[in-house]
Design a protein. Structure first.
Length: 349
């Protein structure tokens, strides 16, 4: 095989993977919309195949609605729902699941075609296996999360399980991007800068922790507990944080709020300092284009976070600001994953 033919095969696989990256981003955003519209528990069964077809007549709709009426969320929160209200929340959960099925099709069919056409290179085999296993794991975690709210006691899904589901989705997203970059980016664009690689990795780890607390914020609906800024209901340190239990930082809405806010400030500072140092690097065309993105994205992210908090009591504003906040957070994560890739040695061979 010529070098040119090998590059063309890799680029074709990379385009396929990048389409997957885009679809996973949409899937995560649909998950955010599903959560913010309170739609996540509207479908009380997990049918990976048959569930692709929504209720098709009035009798089936009534049956689905009756199943929803058996759980605590309906009995305690949505007891005034009409069938029309139920259809609205059902749509978002169904669409979220349907998009996941579509992702599976988009990954599976081209994969078979690439195998038949012998476009899968040897180094791609293990990443492909891992990619499919991560996809299956994500689907299972999604149902485990939903199941935590399908009872008479819970009003929402468990926020810890929500965070696990969310981070697994981001893990799948980042792995797919890394795989695509390996297939697309020329080896000459990658270079070794141990110091900057470590600092980039440090920020990436802190960003992951921040995203976990963002998921806690969402699961606990913590934004509604303190719709003020810069203080949290007039306090810098919420009084509820005085508890001697470490679980306060994962279960108390105001404590989670405190950690999430201040991690954002810390990350902003670190990213500014990081940029002041890496702007001196002149190696790599792709790196030069990307290195300014973190400082832009983190500023936008902080502003959107503040707006999300201030408008948390307004459903429509919360939906738009919350989804935009989530989207920018994903872009920031993917940017740092890409920068870490460029600062890492090529081990494809």
């Amino acid at each position: 095989m010529t070098a040119q033919a090998s590059v063309q095969k890799s680029r074709a696989v990379a385009i396929w993977l990048l389409i997957g990256v885009g679809m996973i981003i949409v899937q995560v955003l649909l998950g955010g919309i599903t959560r913010l519209t309170g739609s996540g528990l509207s479908i009380t069964e997990w049918k990976p195949i048959l569930g692709a077809i929504p209720p098709m007549n009035e009798s089936e709709w009534q049956q689905a609605f009756e199943q929803y009426k058996q759980i605590g969320q309906f009995k305690e929160l949505n007891f005034e729902f009409t069938l029309s209200d139920f259809k609205f929340i059902y749509f978002w959960e169904w669409f979220h699941r349907e998009w996941a099925r579509l992702i599976g099709v988009v990954f599976a069919i081209p994969f078979i075609w690439f195998v038949v056409k012998k476009r899968i290179e040897r180094w791609m085999i293990n990443p492909m296996i891992i990619l499919f296993l991560l996809g299956i794991l994500q689907a299972l975690l999604g149902w485990i999360m939903v199941a935590s709210g399908l009872n008479e006691e819970s009003l929402y899904v468990d926020h810890i399980r929500l965070a696990i589901h969310f981070m697994a989705a981001l893990g799948l997203l980042c792995y797919t991007l890394w795989f695509a970059l390996r297939a697309w980016v020329d080896a000459g664009e990658r270079f070794e800068e141990p110091y900057f690689r470590k600092s980039t990795l440090l920020i990436l780890v802190l960003l992951i922790v921040q995203l976990v607390f963002g998921a806690f914020m969402a699961g606990l609906k913590a934004a509604q507990f303190a719709t003020t800024w810069p203080l949290i209901n007039g306090e810098f340190f919420p009084s509820s944080m005085l508890s001697d239990s470490w679980s306060t930082f994962t279960h108390d809405p105001l404590a989670v709020h405190f950690v999430h806010r201040n991690l954002a400030y810390l990350l902003t500072l670190l990213i500014v300092l990081w940029y002041l140092r890496v702007k001196k690097i002149t190696t790599g065309k792709v790196f030069q284009k990307l290195k300014v993105m973190p400082i832009i994205l983190v500023i936008v992210q902080v502003v959107l976070g503040i707006c999300t908090v201030l408008y948390a009591q307004h459903k429509t504003a919360l939906l738009w600001f919350g989804v935009a906040h989530q989207f920018t957070g994903m872009l920031l994560l993917l940017t740092f994953v890409s920068l870490l890739f460029l600062l890492s040695p090529d081990r494809k061979s």
